[in-house]
Design a protein around this ligand. Structure first.
Ligand code: BTN
Length: 332
């Protein structure tokens, strides 16, 4: 389903056009930059068109990348990436059990920081707290990234919040008014649009690997969700009223994730906590939290330096490390 592989020069032409976004780029500019002749540029553009890319050409203005094929393979994603590590190696599959399981196996076999597993469908997609993640083929993004952070195991949960901020930004960039529900659900219009499942391999002192798994409902229509989720789930398509190219979304997501990971590595959790707070749809609300074998009702006040939720209840301030949050009215 990937079609013919691109040549390196084709990939460079594609990357150049992708970088220009919606703008036209003069054929000579591409030729000069890549050391090609105008005829060679034309030839590569033609080859890309044959693989499903729609590239407009207007004399005196140049070329414009109008549409990319909706496939999730390394060939589609790599030229659109703006990263140093994330996605430099992409393992793409038509279907896997769970991209997280595949990424964990790769991590155990020595995969490098930033290797990505992406699939068109999952047959056993997993959510938080033992739940299933609905993963119909060809519509959404299911991806897992292997990270090798220099962190003690106790700080690994911070990476889930890093990822939540990054996914939120990628959704906003795609035109969706998304926010984060504690700990790491992405909501749009009160419905779930994306989720994150982080898993960890470590010894007593050091993290060996972290797998950050992200599921985003991109082009799912209402009928693609299991009936019991229809009222509670949404997608980029449903929110924007039109489909989004998944490769472009994936590249934007990996680029955003790397930017926030770099900030976390350089400056620690504080700027992430601030960014999370700014994007939160939980803080300041009256909530019911279930999990950890207890149920609390109160006002979600803040998250602490470990990412735990601080809830002001009638009995005082409670700290919640694991749980599901539901908004309530008239509580606290
Ligand atoms: C949640 O909100 O419960 C977390 C959902 C995480 C789903 C993603 S899809 C890609 C990766 N592979 C999985 O099996 N799960 C995560």
């Amino acid at each position: 389903m990937a079609g013919e592989p691109h040549t390196d020069a084709e990939e460079l032409v594609l990357a150049f056009l992708a970088e220009a976004g919606d703008a036209f780029v003069a054929g000579e500019a591409i030729a000069d930059k890549l050391g090609l002749t105008g005829a060679e540029v034309f030839h590569h553009v033609d080859a890309l068109r044959a693989q499903g890319y729609r590239i407009e050409a207007i004399p005196a203005r140049g070329y414009r990348l109008a549409e990319i094929p909706d496939r999730l393979t390394a060939l589609e994603i790599r030229p659109l990436l703006n990263t140093h590590d994330l996605g430099q190696a992409i393992h793409a599959a038509d279907a896997v059990g769970s991209t997280n399981d595949r990424a964990k196996a790769l991590a155990e076999e020595g995969a490098a920081h930033g290797e990505v597993v992406v699939a068109e469908a999952q047959t056993a997609g997993r959510g938080r707290r033992g739940r299933a993640w609905s993963s119909p083929p060809g519509r959404n993004v299911y991806l897992s990234v292997v990270l090798r952070p220099d962190l003690p195991p106790g700080r690994a949960p911070e990476l889930t919040l890093v990822a939540a901020v990054a996914v939120c930004d990628a959704l906003r960039q795609a035109g969706v008014d998304a926010g984060i529900k504690w700990p790491n659900d992405l909501l749009a219009g009160g419905r779930k649009i994306a989720g994150i499942l982080t898993e960890l391999g470590s010894d007593a002192d050091r993290v060996s690997w972290v797998v950050v798994g992200v599921g985003v409902n991109v082009n799912a229509r209402a009928e693609d969700f299991p009936e019991e989720l229809r009222g509670a789930a949404t997608s980029v398509l449903l929110e924007r009223g039109g489909p989004a190219p998944r490769a472009l979304f994936t590249a934007a997501l990996l680029t955003s994730l790397e930017r926030w990971l770099d900030l976390h590595a350089e400056e620690g959790f504080e700027p992430i906590r601030d960014a999370w707070r700014e994007r939160s749809v939980t803080l300041g609300r009256d909530v019911r939290v279930r999990g950890d074998g207890r149920e609390l009702v109160g006002r979600a006040e803040d998250i602490d330096a470990m990412g735990a939720l601080l809830v002001r209840t009638a009995d005082g301030l409670e700290r919640v490390l694991v749980g599901d949050v539901e908004q309530v009215r008239g509580a606290s």
